[in-house]
Design a protein around this ligand. Structure first.
Ligand SMILES: [Zn+2]
Length: 381
């Protein structure tokens, strides 16, 4: 595991070695939107990114973690417990608080954890040392990947090559936000809320449909064919390679602006409300498209509310719902013949286009540096 954050270290962590800025990624609007919505509400259930090698998959995941705000944590807690949310605390923090009366706090960067494809169950969930518990009467828990990624980003490259059982564990934790390890009557629990980002190259094998469905959102990404955009990709990559620090500095204002938008959306989200009519719209869209099961409807609702919060609105408009559906459906229409799935997604984009035109808005499509700047002028998409 290449954990980018110390577990339980005190004080702010050193900055990432100049990760490529999120807002400098050219195009890939759906991908950026899916990631940002999960940053606003990790309970949406993560993002599965499907696409060939050489697209911006891992760059975008790393960049997301780098722009997320610092988090308040309990000092010296290996699980990054939130000092103000005792209900979610790990077993150890509960015990410490009982003895000490209160817990010291500190802050640190949002962790980014990169899970290797060879990860075992123990490595993921952590291990309880039963021998020590019996001999010394003391609970000893060795934290795993779920502990390191609490309140951060857990990145799983080539998730389709990971052991099915391990994927199951990750998705369980992502859904419940807790990791409980039990052995011979001894148990340990800790919070495990993270943004799960999985990538896969569909040419190298598929995920079981049961696992697919449990990823909240999914984005299929392709290489960009628009020549001006390709030029821009080359220019930015060259500029970054020759002077990473300088390049990041140039983009810092945009990064900070997006980071502030995410922070504001997180604050607004608990106040965001849906109406019975919003639920009717979601149910109608999903049923029209022939989506099976009810989990997708809830994913769309959560993602719509996150989308509305990003726009600074505590209520939904149709466009929020369509934008959310566009991200919640690509991996859920597979059970139908491909052409039918494409037609359905095509219909959805047509409706999205209409909704945007009616609102006279830009479609909420633009995140960060979305517009392609040509010759110093901004080109509206
Ligand atoms: Zn704790």
């Amino acid at each position: 595991m290449r954990a980018r954050s110390g577990s339980g270290g005190d004080g702010p962590l050193p900055r990432f070695a100049a990760a490529f800025p999120f807002t400098a990624i050219v195009g890939q609007e759906r991908l950026k939107r899916a990631l940002v919505l999960n940053a606003v509400n990790p309970r949406i259930g993560g993002v599965l990114i499907r696409g060939e090698r050489g697209t911006a998959k891992s760059t975008a995941a790393r960049a997301l973690a780098a722009l997320l705000p610092e988090i308040d944590v309990v000092r010296a807690c290996a699980f990054g417990c939130h000092p103000d949310q005792p209900r979610t605390w790990c077993t150890q923090c509960h015990e410490r608080a009982e003895h000490a009366g209160g817990l010291p706090r500190t802050h640190r960067r949002t962790p980014f954890v990169d899970l290797p494809v060879s990860a075992t169950e123990d490595r993921v969930v952590g291990t309880l040392d039963i021998e020590r518990a019996i001999q010394e009467g003391e609970r000893h828990f060795e934290p795993g990947v779920l502990a390191a990624s609490n309140r951060g980003v857990l990145y799983v490259d080539e998730v389709n090559l990971l052991d099915d059982h391990v994927v199951d564990l990750l998705l369980d934790a992502a859904a419940t936000g807790v990791n409980v390890v039990e052995r011979e009557g001894v148990s340990f629990r800790h919070p495990a809320r993270f943004i799960l980002i999985g990538t896969m190259n569909p040419e190298e094998g598929d995920l079981r449909p049961q696992l697919l469905d449990r990823f909240g959102l999914c984005v299929d990404i392709h290489s960009i064919h628009e020549p001006r955009a390709r030029m821009l990709i080359m220019e930015r990559n060259l500029a970054y390679e020759s002077d990473p620090e300088g390049f990041c500095e140039e983009w810092q204002a945009k990064e900070q602006a997006l980071s502030a938008e995410i922070r504001a959306a997180r604050r607004l989200l608990p106040e965001a409300r849906h109406t019975p009519s919003d639920l009717r719209t979601i149910a109608a869209v999903m049923s029209e498209l022939g989506v099976d099961g009810h989990r997708p409807d809830l994913v769309v609702l959560k993602a719509s509310l996150a989308q509305a919060s990003l726009q600074g609105r505590p209520f939904l408009v149709e466009q929020d719902i369509l934008l959310a559906a566009e991200l919640a459906l690509p991996h859920r229409l597979r059970r139908h013949p491909l052409t039918e799935a494409e037609t359905s997604l095509g219909d959805l984009s047509a409706r999205l286009g209409e909704a945007c035109a009616q609102d006279g808005a830009e479609g909420g499509e633009e995140i960060g540096s979305d517009r392609i700047e040509v010759g110093g002028k901004k080109k509206d998409s």
